[in-house]
Design a protein around this ligand. Structure first.
Ligand SMILES: *[C@@H]1O[C@H](CO)[C@@H](O)[C@H](O)[C@H]1NC(C)=O
Ligand SMILES: *[C@@H]1O[C@H](CO)[C@@H](O)[C@H](O)[C@H]1NC(C)=O
Ligand SMILES: *[C@@H]1O[C@H](CO)[C@@H](O)[C@H](O)[C@H]1NC(C)=O
Ligand SMILES: *[C@@H]1O[C@H](CO)[C@@H](O)[C@H](O)[C@H]1NC(C)=O
Ligand SMILES: *[C@@H]1O[C@H](CO)[C@@H](O)[C@H](O)[C@H]1NC(C)=O
Length: 442
């Protein structure tokens, strides 16, 4: 009875969340032989193309908010051409060594030992396409990856973001990467592999949009102007943006509006990497360029919620959903399942009273239908509670147990730590970025 989906709601809706999760997981495991060769070749093609075909000059207007970013502490630097070249050559040499080490790990089916490698976790098993390549790549990243954060921009629009709530991964990343303790922090821009624009879309929404009085106040113009102006300032002041046409520059945001931030001028932002929770392909998210990150709900009490996860045998609820009636998929879910079944528990209203996380901990599968946007902290909540974030019809107990074990296995990659720890969500974000950089030759 509980499994008789045939007559009602299409099963594909339940598969949606699993598909949404997929892009993030894929980036955990990008190395097989074809991946390593193809994208690197592609990026060489890109480098060739940019070298031979002069592209139209980038229009990087300096107006409006520009003066905001002129931090008095930062002197405009004119780095001599020769010096840029040699520091870049050094970085490229390091990246070439990393590519070779990863290729060698794939070939010899063994990781090269690394004297500095303190990893207590070793990726293994079929959730990874190639665990050895991934491990080697992680080792190389820890050894070589450096991120320069531009100093321009004033608080609160830049250099800080939300540290709790659904968008908090944005603020935590900014704070983590700017921290002197971060092993990834570049001390000078010359040693950086990638360049971070530390703008917070959530802060921009909060400080230059509120109060919103009319529909017109929602217009994304102000947001786009801030991001475009910031880019203009750094591209005029430093050689790095022009050098790669933005391809080694990135921003991180969990806010729903973030995909819109770089739409003002598609030509300028053609190569710019956006790391987004709201990774909706219909809203311009590009799988080859951008990076999806999970939305993680954190509270002031603690970064990660209490674990109520029971063992598989104690999970008496087959499938569980509790939430608000946001979006048409949930409307259909409620129409067919709300308060109707003891095995498929579907409840409206969240999170008061009924113990949303406790129920997840007692469920085998957690339904994660999208609400108004693609991103939802529910997927990560489900993983933390050991609940498989999808549902499949007529699945055997063995197959369920395999999925359960895999959820437990990937959990570490979704955990937020401060300071960040190897293989956690921050390291995975950086690792996705590291792979973009490995596949690109400046
Ligand atoms: C893998 O490398 C380690 C250390 O470099 C070595 O001890 C081990 O024997 C190697 N394993 C294989 C299967 O080659
Ligand atoms: C490994 O651990 C040693 C001793 O705790 C420490 O000095 C070193 O910096 C660590 N290396 C890395 C890459 O974390
Ligand atoms: C980068 O390119 C833009 C547009 O072509 C130009 O205005 C700017 O001065 C350049 N930046 C540097 C540092 O040369
Ligand atoms: C299952 O539930 C029983 C009774 O509440 C409890 O004693 C036991 O520890 C639970 N087992 C697991 C693996 O959670
Ligand atoms: C993705 O974006 C499109 C266009 O805005 C929207 O219609 C669609 O509902 C979004 N998808 C989800 C799952 O929210």
């Amino acid at each position: 009875m509980a499994l008789a989906f045939n007559n009602s709601i299409s099963i594909s809706y339940f598969l949606l969340p699993a598909l949404l999760l997929l892009p993030f997981l894929i980036f955990l495991l990008p190395y097989n032989e074809t991946y390593l060769t193809t994208p690197i070749l592609n990026s060489f093609k890109l480098a060739e193309a940019t070298a031979t075909t002069p592209s139209p000059p980038h229009q990087l207007p300096l107006h409006g908010f520009a003066s905001m970013y002129e931090s008095s502490k930062v002197k405009a630097t004119t780095v001599p051409k020769k010096k840029i070249r040699s520091s870049l050559e050094k970085i490229e040499e390091g990246l070439a060594k990393a590519r070779a080490a990863i290729a060698e790990a794939i070939r010899s089916r063994n990781c090269t030992s690394s004297e500095n490698n303190n990893d207590t976790f070793i990726p293994r098993g079929s959730v990874y396409l190639n665990p050895l390549a991934f491990h080697q790549s992680h080792i190389e990243m820890v050894k070589r990856f450096k991120v320069w954060t531009y100093k321009e921009g004033e608080r609160p629009l830049a250099h800080e973001g939300p540290l709790n709530g659904v968008y908090s991964i944005e603020g935590h990343f900014i704070s983590e990467i700017e921290s002197d303790k971060s092993p990834f922090k570049a001390q000078v821009p010359g040693e950086a592999c990638v360049f971070f624009l530390p703008l917070s879309v959530t802060s921009i929404g909060q400080y230059i949009y509120l109060p919103i009085r009319t529909m017109a106040d929602y217009s994304r113009d102000r947001l786009r102007r801030v991001v475009t102006d910031y880019t203009g300032v750094i591209a005029n002041k430093y050689p790095y943006w022009n050098r790669s046409k933005g391809a080694d520059h990135f921003m991180v945001s969990c806010h729903d509006w973030a995909p819109d931030a770089s739409l003002a001028n598609p030509e300028i932002f053609k190569n710019f990497i956006r790391i987004l929770c709201n990774a909706n392909i219909s809203e311009g998210f590009k799988l080859k360029r951008d990076i999806p990150i999970p939305e993680i709900f954190t509270t002031l009490e603690g970064l990660n919620p209490t674990n109520y996860g029971q063992g598989p045998k104690n999970r008496t609820i087959l499938a569980f959903f509790e939430g608000r009636a946001h979006g048409f998929i949930r409307e259909m879910l409620f129409k067919h399942w709300k308060n109707k079944d003891s095995e498929v528990v579907v409840r409206e209203n969240f999170p008061e009273g009924l113990g949303y996380r406790k129920s997840m901990g007692r469920s085998k599968y957690c339904l994660c239908p999208s609400g108004y946007e693609v991103a939802s902290p529910r997927v990560v909540d489900a993983i933390y509670q050991g609940c498989v974030p999808s549902i499949l019809k007529g699945i055997s107990n063995e197959k369920y147990l395999m999925m359960y074990r895999r959820v437990k296995q990937v959990e570490r990659h979704f955990v937020l730590n401060r300071p960040a720890k190897p293989f956690d969500v921050t390291y995975m974000l950086l690792h996705s970025l590291w792979l973009r950089r490995l596949n690109f030759k400046a």
